[in-house]
Design a protein around this ligand. Sequence first.
Ligand SMILES: [Zn+2]
Length: 282
Amino acid sequence: MYDDITELFLTNFHKVARIGATAAGGVHRQAATVEDQQTRDWFANFAAERKWPVQVDQIGNMFATVQLTDAPDARSILVGSHLDSQPFGGRFDGAYGVVAALHAAQAVQRAVAEDNLIATHNLVVVNWFNEEGGRFAPSLMGSAVYAGNMDLGTMLAVQDSDGTTVAHALDAIGYRSKHDGPKDIAGYAEIHIEQGRILEREGLQFGVVESSWYTQKLAIEVLGEQSHTGATAMADRRDALVGASHVVLEFQQICEQFADEALVSSVGQVSVEPNSPIVVNS
Ligand SMILES: [Zn+2]
């Protein structure tokens, strides 16, 4: 059924994967960058070509509404994922879910028009802002503000490493509004590439998520004392980087105390001061 939509999906998926493409076959498309803007424009055009109205909310989420029923009290099913990527990330993460949702919505709309389906709900395809958090921490920012789990004002004031705020970055790419997104949502579905190893190990193509992980992100400050790498005796050194190295290894060892695959942990970001080849770090 609808081979033409499958073909269109593949064409469009490859088109989106070229935006911010990296030499390694992935994409570099961090939140509210020019590359993110280009994928957003592609999303908006896809919707406009089908006369689906697009809304952008106050935290930069995009919603394309596919009206399937005239029932005045019909609620919507939200489907989608995110078009932003990790720094030098994979091309399937997030983008697959958004592009697939758009094409699935088109297939459902056609089935309803051809009387093959009777719709009780409308569809809304969503592209969440800053799901990854690589440029602006924390991750899941757009979806969490939408769900009421993070404060809009606090998140708009978050800065990237250059001091650019979320509000400013969204304004710069033209994807921030004064409005809320659609409210009357009956359910949410997201198609996503598996980032673990279960499907491959079990030889399965698809799976349904039964649970997800609980995350805790910690900022740890290890304080030492700056001194000269040549002139300072070993006994006198208070080397912050040595201390931090113990912390890094400790996080590995903690995981070994739990059942296999029950706990994972990494130190993902380190900033060292003053980070000079001839200075004991402080
Ligand atoms: Zn993702």
